[in-house]
Ligand binder design. Structure first.
Ligand SMILES: *[C@@H]1O[C@H](CO)[C@@H](O)[C@H](O)[C@H]1NC(C)=O
Ligand SMILES: *[C@@H]1O[C@H](CO)[C@@H](O)[C@H](O)[C@H]1NC(C)=O
Ligand SMILES: *[C@@H]1O[C@H](CO)[C@@H](O)[C@H](O)[C@H]1NC(C)=O
Length: 240
């Protein structure tokens, strides 16, 4: 059976073959009322299969767009295609209607609805650790980059401009491990480590909730989640 659970939180139900199998919440403390001007989400996906399927992502909400989920950013493994490294995809979206873009990495539309989606494939190494940064470029224009933690090499993911009433990034949301196309037999083994979000705002600290088996994965796949050292949560899973 093909099921969509991604929007099961009640925002919007789309018929899609994408299914969330793990969820994890994040918080940042002492966020100004106007929201954060920067947030970074570190991920390690060293053991992810080099194929289309998994999407490791964190969502965020902009001030004045509550209680909606305003957007997401994450990493998608890709098939190997180069001798100079492995290909990894980064995706940055907004679901806010009237979001606009001139960025060549971006197009109008997000998950079959309104918004903007930006994506880039870059060469990297799975064991590097990557930090996905979202920051205010100017006005209500937001830019995302992916930074290789080992080399500090930064890749532009995309930019979009939000309607003028939207503020900075609010202090909590949740992320997911998703798998596409969903079929209970399809996911191959993976593991991912979510780290606490980072921000340049002085006095603000990130934290992570416990990752949980989510939706149809609960009790059906062997997705396991565990806390590592402080601030690191990993999700491991496969159906075999
Ligand atoms: C796109 O480019 C046009 C023309 O330069 C500019 O007026 C507009 O503000 C730009 N939009 C975004 C979203 O950057
Ligand atoms: C990657 O860099 C971020 C931001 O500096 C840091 O918070 C995180 O701990 C680093 N993770 C790894 C695996 O190096
Ligand atoms: C984030 O904050 C909310 C509300 O204050 C709380 O319910 C939740 O447990 C917090 N989560 C984390 C990861 O600290």
């Amino acid at each position: 059976m093909k099921t969509s659970l991604f929007f099961a939180a009640g925002v919007l139900l789309l018929p899609t073959l994408t299914t969330a199998v793990v969820d994890i919440s994040w918080n940042v403390s002492n966020v100004p009322a106007s929201g954060l001007t920067h947030i970074g989400f570190p991920f390690s996906i060293a053991k992810a299969p080099h194929e289309i399927g998994y999407f490791f992502l964190q969502q965020f909400t902009f001030v004045n767009d509550e209680p909606h989920i305003s957007g997401q950013i994450g990493l998608q493994p890709r098939p190997d295609s180069s001798k100079n490294g492995f290909t990894i995809g980064a995706v940055f979206s907004s679901y806010i209607p009237d979001a606009t873009t001139n960025d060549t990495n971006c197009h109008i539309g997000a998950r079959g609805g309104a918004g903007v989606t930006c994506s880039v494939d870059f060469l990297g190494w799975y064991d590097a650790g990557y930090t996905l940064h979202v920051y205010k470029a100017r006005g209500t224009m937001w830019t995302a980059t992916v930074v290789n933690n080992k080399t500090d090499l930064e890749t532009h993911v995309g930019s979009y401009t939000l309607p003028s009433d939207k503020g900075g990034i609010a202090g909590s949301q949740q992320g997911f491990v998703e798998y596409t196309p969903w079929d209970p037999g399809s996911p191959t083994y993976t593991s991912v480590t979510f780290e606490t979000p980072v921000t340049v705002t002085p006095g603000s600290e990130g934290s992570l909730g416990d990752a949980r088996e989510y939706g149809v994965a609960r009790g059906r796949l062997t997705f396991r989640v565990r806390g590592l050292q402080k601030g690191l949560k990993s999700a491991l899973g496969s159906n075999k």
